[in-house]
Design a protein around this ligand. Sequence first.
Ligand code: AHR
Length: 636
Amino acid sequence: SIVVKTAQPVSEIQPTMWGVFFEDINLGADGGLYAELVKNRSFEFFKPLMGWKIQQKKFKEGTVTVQNRQEKNVSNPRFLSVKAENTVRGDLGITNEGFRGMGIKNGLRYDFSVMYRQTSGSVKLHVELINAKGENIGGTTLIPQKNGNTWEKQAVSFTANATESKGKLNIWFEGNGEIDLDIISLFPEDTWKKRPGGMRADMVQMLADMKPGFIRFPGGCIVEGFDLSQRYQWKKTLGALEDRQLIINRWNFEFSHRPAPDYFQSFGLGFFEYFQLAEDIGAEALPILNCGMACQFNSAEIAPLDQLEPYVQDALDLIEFANGDVSTTWGKVRAGMGHPAPFRLKFLGVGNENWGPQYLERVKIFTKAIKAKYPEIKLVNSSGTDPNGERFDYLNNELRSMKADIIDEHYYRQADWFLQNAARYDSYDRNGSKVFAGEYAAQSDKTVSVDNKNNWKCAIAEAAFMTGLERNAQVVNMASYAPLFAHVDGWQWTPDMIWVDNLRIYGTPNYYVQKLYSLNKGTHVLSMTQNNQALTGQDGLFASASLDKNTNEVILKFVNTSKQDISREINLEGVKKTEKTGKVWTMQSNDPEVVNSLNNPVQLSPKESAIALSGKNKFALTVAPGSFTVLRIKTL
Ligand code: AHR
């Protein structure tokens, strides 16, 4: 039988335990979570007209050119100059193709906006959405209200009259005159919380449904950049959109396994928005900052120690931005963006997958400066990828001897590794640094192979491994699957937890495993043994137990990776009475290859049922082959 000791919990489970890892990879932000439909809205991509096409009828006069004001406006140097010479609708215009087309919904309002400078004459903008066949599916006309040399912003809305997943936007210029255009933008009305210029609501909802304990952002490798000039700089992601300086995305082309030459970071989704998102979904914010080292898989550029000060200052300023009151410099910036109350930041990451003594030297400098001013902030350091490799072990040991608060471990490994490592943390020092399993995903093929699938074989292996994370919650305080989002027409990395196209979304079996853990984490770990041993895969059975002190429920998780039913008597030692039924959620398949898809989004997802209990502290349980089962039993 299996014995669960309910009277003396082993340890607390941190509310942060199960969280999410967000990075702008696979069109995660631009073209994904960030609901902007216009690609290259400010003409700042390396090829200024990428994503745009100039339309001009034969023998019609007029020009459309890109201008560059360079140092006069460093954050947003380019704009479009249009000279219309007695043109009518259909003569002269531009078309934007969207990120991978535009997802348009029938009956939904679309908000078009543009910055313009009408220097002579008058030019009307006919704005229209078209479907894949080129037919109009809604639009309106924007008549610029002002003339002169200053930039103005104007907006207009209209309703789409058809649904289309590969829509495009046309803008036709009618009239006679000269007009400059910039930040040409189109957003759907149905963003998350209906915020103008906001996020795709279906994507945020999937996260909110998980009730994640934290959200890590903005990555991942994009924190590092392929050189230091292309690193993520949070200060450049705040304020007006036209002040947020675009950079190339680290996942753009030569550093990516599936090229995406049109992949840039517009920073429409910036640090303010990430903090707001964290607050919206009740998750702790976990920003990760560059530590003065670019991605070592790429340029390996490193800021010399005597030039590290701006990097450290960025970290100090970020804490002030999040937590400072409105009288502080950065607290005032936050308030100016609409959030006078602090965001209550508790965690901050220094570096992502950086290595070597250079990383440790930099961590020491950051830690000293941050702890001196903000001793309450828990710092996350990275021991990187390749668990048990030499580089990883070196960093782990060094960071532990430096008494790092939390160490971020990454493992993208095959499913078997996850099964074999369910006891990984059983031997970790209970009193040492805490662990953040910051990026993990079982790989059905090889790491970063284009053939990786989000299949049940991988998801059940992760479920099995996670019993070990939960059992060791005294050591493991945070965990997140990675990467989080991927667009079916624009990904660079598989597997990923949630997939989208321009209109639809689905959670993989891996998503549902994460969600079950997160929604059923409990407050305390309980000892659970069979023959005095933790269940770490003996006969294919993995299990863990927790207690929810708020609801007086015992929560049991079982993963049966074998090909047989497994039956056990469960003894809830210390419990006098339970309710006569318990709640059960099961994910089960005998097919390890089974996946979810846009057309079959919940093929493998939790099925809810009930289990009859004796009402005393013992009951019989059978778990099916290839299954992950969660039970909640109310004690009386
Ligand atoms: O999750 C994808 C990448 O994997 C992350 O950017 C990086 O941290 C890791 O190597």
